[in-house]
Design a protein around this ligand. Structure first.
Ligand code: BMA
Length: 320
C-alpha cells in the first residue's frame, strides 16, 4: 500500500518566522497566505496578533521561500474600522489567489466584527495598495478563498459559514465579486468520533490539477483538553468544483512537534497558503503552528493525489 511515508516533510529549522523577526512589538505571527511573485520571491501575508490581542496582516518576502525573510517594517494591511466597521476587532487568516483575468491578487480574509467573524475581500497588484471590497459573506463565516477563474461565467468563493446545519464548506458565486448567491454545501463536517467531526474549513486555496481541484482542509476534533486542528484532503471536479469527487477518510498532517503542540493555542496546524515549485509538483505548505509562529513543510502533488486514491474509501462524506 502506498502512502505510509509522511506526505509532508517539515523544514528542519522550523519555525521559519516568529515574533522575534518583527521590528515592531507583536504577540505572535501565524496562519500566513502565500504566493510566488513574478520576480521569483515568495511572499507570505501573515496574520500578526498585536499586544492588544487584535490582528492585522504583514508581508514577509524571501528569495528561496525558506529563509532570509524581509518583513515589512510596518503593518501591510491594518484593520480600518472607521470605513469598515466589520474590522473593529481586527483582520485575520488571509488566503491569496492570483486572478489572471483581473491581473491582480484577490485576498480573502476574516474581518472580526461585533456580530462575529465574516469574510472580506481586497484586491491588490503589489501588496502595498489594496482595493477593499468590504464584507462579502456576513458573520458568522470564515476560511474563504476565491478560485482563480470564473466557473460557468461566475466568480466562485469557497467559505465556511456557521449555520444550524453545522460548520461545513460552501461555494458561492458572483458576477462582479460584490453580489454573491447560488450558495451550495460542497463538503460536510462528519459527525461523532471522526477527526473532522462538526467543524471543517478550507485551508490554502485549492490547487488546480488534471485530476481536479485539490483542497487541503482542516478538521477540528473537540477533546476534553481543547481542540486539535488536523489536515485532510478533498478533490473537486475541475469544471464544477461544487462536486466533491474524493475525500480522505483519515487526516494526513497534524500537530506533532513541540512548536505545533504548544503555544497560545495548543495543538494547531493551520495553513493558509502554499507555493508550487518549477517542477509543477513540489508544494511548499506554509502554516501557523499553535497560533504562535509560522512553519513550512514540503510535499508532492503527485503523492497527495495517490494517497487520496488509497484513503478515500468513504466517498465525499456527505451525511456521515
Ligand atoms: C480558528 C481560526 C484560526 C485559529 C484556530 C485555532 O477558528 O480562528 O485563526 O488558528 O481557530 O485557534
Amino acid at each position: 500500500m502506498r502512502g505510509e511515508a509522511p506526505l509532508f516533510t517539515r523544514y528542519a529549522a522550523n519555525p521559519i518566522l516568529s515574533r522575534k523577526d518583527w521590528s515592531y512589538p507583536i504577540n505572535s505571527v501565524f496562519n500566513p497566505a502565500a504566493v510566488q511573485l513574478s520576480d521569483g520571491d515568495t511572499l507570505l501575508l501573515c496574520r500578526v496578533e498585536d499586544r492588544r490581542g487584535l490582528s492585522h496582516l504583514c508581508a514577509a518576502r524571501s528569495a528561496n521561500g525558506i529563509d532570509g525573510w524581509r518583513v515589512d517594517k510596518e503593518p501591510t494591511l491594518l484593520a480600518n474600522p472607521h470605513e469598515y466597521p466589520e474590522e473593529i476587532w481586527g483582520i485575520e487568516d488571509p488566503r491569496i489567489t492570483y486572478v489572471p483575468e483581473l491581473e491582480q491578487y484577490a485576498v480573502a480574509y476574516t474581518s472580526f466584527a461585533k456580530g462575529g467573524p465574516g469574510v472580506s475581500l481586497a484586491l491588490t497588484k503589489d501588496f502595498k495598495a489594496f482595493e477593499r471590497y468590504g464584507v462579502v459573506m456576513s458573520p458568522e463565516d470564515k476560511d474563504a478563498a476565491l478560485l482563480p477563474r470564473r466557473i460557468g461565467g461566475f466568480w466562485a468563493l469557497i467559505h465556511r459559514p456557521m449555520t444550524t446545519l453545522g460548520a461545513h464548506m460552501w461555494m458561492s458565486y458572483s458576477p462582479d465579486l460584490r453580489h454573491w448567491g447560488s450558495h451550495k454545501i460542497i463538503l460536510q463536517a462528519r459527525r461523532g468520533g471522526w477527526w473532522d467531526a462538526n467543524k471543517i474549513g478550507l485551508c490554502s486555496p485549492p490547487i488546480e490539477t488534471p485530476a481536479g481541484w485539490l483542497a487541503i482542509y482542516h478538521g477540528v476534533r473537540q477533546t476534553a483538553s481543547g481542540s486539535i486542528y488536523r489536515l485532510g484532503l478533498a478533490l473537486f471536479d475541475l469544471e464544477d468544483p461544487a462536486i466533491c469527487l474524493k475525500r480522505s477518510d483519515s487526516w494526513m498532517f497534524g500537530p506533532e512537534t513541540p512548536y505545533e503542540r504548544e503555544g497560545d493555542v495548543n495543538g494547531v496546524v493551520f495553513p493558509c497558503g502554499q507555493t508550487i515549485g518549477n517542477d509543477g509538483d513540489t508544494i511548499h505548505l506554509y502554516y501557523g503552528a499553535a497560533d504562535s509562529c509560522v512553519a513550512m513543510a514540503t510535499g508532492s502533488i503527485r503523492n497527495l493525489l495517490a494517497w487520496l486514491d488509497d484513503h478515500s474509501s468513504v466517498g465525499n462524506g456527505v451525511d456521515l
